[in-house]
Design a protein around this ligand. Sequence first.
Ligand code: MN
Length: 232
Amino acid sequence: MSDAFVFAPPAPPSVAVAGSSARFPVRRIFCVGRNYAEHAREMGNDPDREPPFFFTKPADSLVEDGAELPFPVATEDLHHEAELVVAIGRGGQDITREDALSHVWGYAPGNDLTRRDLQAEAKAARRPWDMAKGFDASALCGALRPVAEVGHPAAGRITAHVGGELRQSGDLAEQIWPVADVIAHLSRLVALAPGDLIFTGTPAGVGPIKPGQSCRVEIEGLGAAEVRYQGG
Ligand code: MN
């Protein structure tokens, strides 16, 4: 057979759907940088001067709620970033702000896990962020909740706890670029497709997770996503 794969292709990455045995197949993972003013400031940037910018993680870097993982390699400064995750159900290019939310399938709490030391090195050397952001098991995404159930959450508390201690506390209403703007901007750069996830940025208070610690991200009305690291 000339059209056979040379080895069996892996199953597509996917995310659980809350209250259902069905799963959401994931195509790509996009992430927004600096979408909350206080976080932009804590990273040494001016939140008022920038349009949203994007980076990506491999789809197979997905991690599910409740995962217990070995501590990531090549870092001594693993950081949590609590984020609202948007799941795209209908694709499109040059999507207008007004039409943008009709492309959303659902929402979940997520954690844009970051090797902050590698990111700092990359920034200093003007190199890409891929190895700081797109490492194995770097995209924690909790169970998705469909729009039909939760609507489009424009406000709501978003928190991260590490080892039970509150580290991040913000509100979705503080996003510099709300979900509709994020979708509109991103769809001018790539054609969005069903299965794309967008991590929409993190509020202030990012910080380290150590070996042996757990990190729990929670968003009002959307549940939680937790990961635990071995060791310590
Ligand atoms: Mn982030």
